[in-house]
Design a protein around this ligand. Structure first.
Ligand code: NAD
Ligand code: UDP
Length: 318
């Protein structure tokens, strides 16, 4: 076992905290950097006693000087409610954050992974989405701070790779869910589960016929590790990571009500501007290059996520 010094930016967030856990379990020395905008200490409190785990409260829009072997760059709010709260800071986090982390990788010679997103495809006109598709993004709409920020980060990764020979890996993450999503972060799985557990109406935006494909967090983290470790060494991505099973939002709402046995009903609300109508990854490249495909079925992943939120809401009541 080779112990590496690994930096995880956004390490106190939903995906970041699971990644830190997984890297520590693999015997690594993990440095978590977070400004706690959407992440929180309860997500990582169970790791704080581990001598190989360190936390720095830091905003990635400012330079960071540490010595590491690998960098996972996850820092960025991911839910529309949060990334639209301060859109200028969202752009800075993606763009200045990428420049700072790429500068760090350049100085230390570290391999660097970028958590990109299916949002780089925008409201796609090609279905399912392959990595070769350049996307359909509104550059001036309310989602642009996130979508264009992430697109620019990909540009920077490839320019540092071509210009300075940096060892880069880019994963395009599709909707991922699981324990430690923020209960108020506005994303569909956490919203519906919390609403159903409370017996409130489930807020379906638009007619609910828009589609998404949902990947369970453990599958996603396995994908990150494989992308980072990918051979041959020259493999950069971008590579799609997500679950290729597609569901309408209405189907998801009905499934969650049924699994919880909730008395909740469905309430239709206006569709947010530029909300993509269809989204489903083509994961052929991930299968071929890193032998990855998700293994957790939606029903199983939902059960684990429902158990998490049930316990969380009960602890908040008591
Ligand atoms: P999250 O909001 O739970 O985590 C993001 C973390 O980044 C939080 O801990 C937050 O405090 C931190 N952060 C934000 N701005 C920062 C800054 N300027 N400096 C330092 N830390 C900062 O979201 P998540 O779902 O865990 O997403 C993690 C990454 O994966 C993000 O980059 C996101 O864009 C990407 N992603 C996630 C999904 C998904 O479905 N969860 C889909 C596509 C892409
Ligand atoms: N959505 C919904 N009700 C909610 C939250 C979200 O109908 O309470 C819809 C949203 O409009 C979108 C889909 O669910 O079509 C996924 O939304 P989310 O914010 O989870 O992710 P993204 O749009 O980034 O894929």
């Amino acid at each position: 076992m080779t112990q590496k010094r690994i930096l995880v930016t956004g390490g106190a967030g939903f995906l970041g905290s699971h990644l830190c856990e997984r890297l520590l379990a693999g015997g690594n020395d993990v440095l978590c950097v977070d400004n706690f905008f959407t992440g929180n200490k309860p997500n990582i409190v169970h790791l704080l006693g581990n001598p190989y785990f360190e936390v720095i409260r830091h905003d990635v829009t400012f330079p960071l000087y540490v010595e590491v072997d690998e960098i996972y760059n996850l820092a960025c709010p991911a839910s529309p409610v949060h990334y639209q709260f301060d859109p200028v800071q969202t752009v800075k986090t993606s763009v200045h954050g990428a420049i700072n982390m790429l500068g760090l990788a350049k100085r230390t010679g570290a391999r660097i992974f970028q958590a990109s997103t299916s949002e780089v495809y925008g409201d796609p006109t090609v279905h399912p989405q392959q990595e070769s598709y350049w996307g359909n993004v509104n550059p001036i709409g309310p989602r642009a701070c996130y979508d264009e920020g992430k697109r620019c980060a990909e540009t920077l990764f490839f320019d540092y790779h071509r210009q300075y020979g940096l060892d880069i890996k880019i994963a395009r993450i599709f909707n991922t869910y699981g324990p430690r999503m923020h209960p108020n972060d506005g994303r569909v799985v956490s919203n519906f589960i919390v609403q159903a557990l409370r017996g409130n109406k489930l807020t379906v935006y638009g007619n609910g016929l828009q589609t998404r494909s949902f990947c369970y967090v453990d599958d996603m983290i396995e994908g990150f590790i494989r992308v980072m470790g990918a051979t041959p060494d020259g493999f950069t991505g971008p590579v799609n990571l997500g679950n290729p099973h597609e569901f309408t939002i209405l189907e998801l709402a009905e499934k969650i009500i049924a699994r919880i046995g909730s008395r909740s009903t469905i309430e239709f609300k206006p569709l947010p501007m530029n909300d993509p109508m269809q989204r489903k990854p083509d994961i052929g490249l991930a299968q071929e290059t890193i032998g990855w495909k998700p293994s957790v079925q939606l029903d199983d992943g939902l059960n684990r996520t429902i158990d998490y939120f049930d316990a969380l809401l009960s602890s908040q009541q008591s």
